[in-house]
Write a new protein. Structure first.
Length: 254
């Protein structure tokens, strides 16, 4: 696994001869995409309804019925799970208890073998890295669940960095914090125009747009459909993450 440069990078602006002013980086060809931030469940990891199953189990452990809450869960796929429970229960102690139960239930499903990569996901990640791009995996799950998924798939050394909401201040999506944390912690991109974000939910798209990422790609292997992805800022909509390496190469060639 390659090491990332944790130090911030300082680069001199491009100063066209005789102007004394920085070049306008918003004009001209698309910058090379150096950093690719990928969602996990629904994007690179096949969910197969595991989130809803774990949610239902957690809510029942809390003595509530999940049916009336599932609509909100589906609409907010991609959001930090503790944020979802805060909205549903309106009480911090109950939200924390429900989140702990959810993470435990999801972990049990992972341990039982109910987890698999999206077809072509690993190959896509390896192709992105072979092209010189740094890949970061992000999630709305807690670190313990993210690590369980990585271990189950044998992905511990697949990418340079993995992030959960707690690694980026705790807010999670739709805020841009995890994307920007990836930008700062890897230090591989000179600006946000050199970032691509990919995910399967509207909150993934909002997170990418708010971060300033040049490419915000929606994939159709998860929670939300093309209309929802495009309505929330997708610059590209792909059948799956397997098509991302080609999409980035095509964008750079424009």
């Amino acid at each position: 696994m390659s090491k990332v440069n944790e130090a911030s990078k300082v680069n001199k602006p491009n100063m066209p001869n005789g102007t004394g002013k920085p070049a306008d980086s918003t004009k001209g060809a698309i910058d090379a995409i150096k950093l690719v931030v990928l969602d996990m469940a629904g994007t690179t990891v096949a969910d197969g309804g595991l989130v809803e199953r774990a949610f239902s189990a957690a809510v029942r452990r809390m003595g509530a019925e999940p049916e009336s809450m599932l609509g909100h869960v589906r609409a907010t796929m991609g959001e930090s799970k503790i944020s979802v429970f805060r909205h549903l229960f309106g009480d911090e102690a109950k939200a924390q208890q429900a989140n702990t139960a959810f993470e435990a239930a999801y972990g049990e499903l992972v341990a039982a073998g109910h987890i698999a990569p999206v077809a072509g996901a690993r190959d896509a990640i390896e192709e992105l890295r072979a092209a010189g791009r740094t890949v970061v995996l992000t999630t709305g799950f807690a670190r313990v669940t993210q690590d369980a998924i990585l271990d189950a798939l044998g992905w511990r050394d697949l990418v340079e960095l993995t992030l959960c909401p707690a690694d980026a201040g705790g807010r999670g999506r739709p805020y841009p914090d995890m994307v920007l944390a990836a930008f700062l912690r890897t230090g591989v991109a000179d600006g946000v125009r050199e970032i691509a974000v990919a995910g399967d939910t509207s909150y993934d798209m909002l997170s990418g747009v708010r971060s300033g990422a040049r490419i915000v790609a929606g994939v159709l292997t998860g929670a939300h459909d093309r209309d929802a992805l495009e309505a929330n800022g997708a610059t590209h909509v792909l059948t799956s993450v397997a098509g991302l390496p080609a999409a980035l190469a095509a964008a750079e060639a424009e």
